[in-house]
Design a protein around this ligand. Structure first.
Ligand code: SF4
Length: 203
């Protein structure tokens, strides 16, 4: 699906246009990405990985995102991997449990990076796969995404992908498609804490 086929992304065509989808991990994207394409959006996946530890794991996850983009026939982009930027802020919240203040900060960094990439590259819409997780707060995620996008003139598309069995479908689909599934959320702290919330591959 190309942006040419969809016309001018700045034109007033609700539901149609260039869409930058923040991809937290390939398994979690296996439902939102094709769903948005089916709705008529021209979707590019965007992976931000400064929170991912160690680098070898970042490589595995980015490889899975690229594999998914090939399966879907869609484009994908990624931010530079510079975990020191993430640690500079998140290390002060090292003792926070998963789902606490450190995760809110982490969502903000991921969605700020998404909004900035979208604005720089002419995307009309942005959204995230994070809300497919049964362990993350979708209302908080959508507030953060909306704030990040509004200041840059990008339209945030709030979705709660876990609704209607979305998470279970993503687990089945990512297995069928042979996508790498991690067993912890992503950062060194979630790795340290045993990834008990992430054993289903929720990134
Ligand atoms: S547990 Fe996940 S969401 Fe929370 S700070 Fe770590 S990587 Fe980010």
């Amino acid at each position: 699906m190309s942006s040419d086929a969809l016309g001018d992304p700045s034109a007033d065509q609700p539901g149609v246009g260039r869409f930058l989808l923040h991809v937290c991990c390939a398994p979690d994207a296996s439902v939102p990405w094709p769903s948005l394409m089916a709705e008529g959006f021209d979707v590019c996946g965007f992976f931000y990985g400064d929170n991912i530890h160690p680098e070898e794991e970042w490589r595995r996850r980015i490889g899975a995102v690229r594999a998914l983009s090939r399966i879907l026939g869609a484009s994908a982009a990624e931010g530079d991997y510079r975990p020191s930027r993430w640690f500079a802020e998140a290390s002060a919240l090292a003792g926070e449990p998963e789902g606490g203040k450190r995760c809110a900060l982490c969502f903000r960094r991921q969605l700020d990076a998404t909004a900035e990439y979208a604005a720089r590259n002419g995307f009309r819409y942005a959204g995230t796969t994070l809300t497919i997780s049964p362990h993350k707060d979708p209302a908080l995620i959508n507030v953060i995404g909306e704030e990040a996008c509004r200041r840059l003139g990008v339209e945030w598309v709030p979705r709660v992908w876990r609704k209607g069995g979305g998470f279970a479908l993503s687990v089945r689909r990512s297995r069928e498609w042979g996508l790498y599934r991690q067993n912890y959320c992503g950062c060194v702290y979630s790795f340290r804490d045993g990834g008990e919330k992430g054993q289903d591959g929720d990134g």
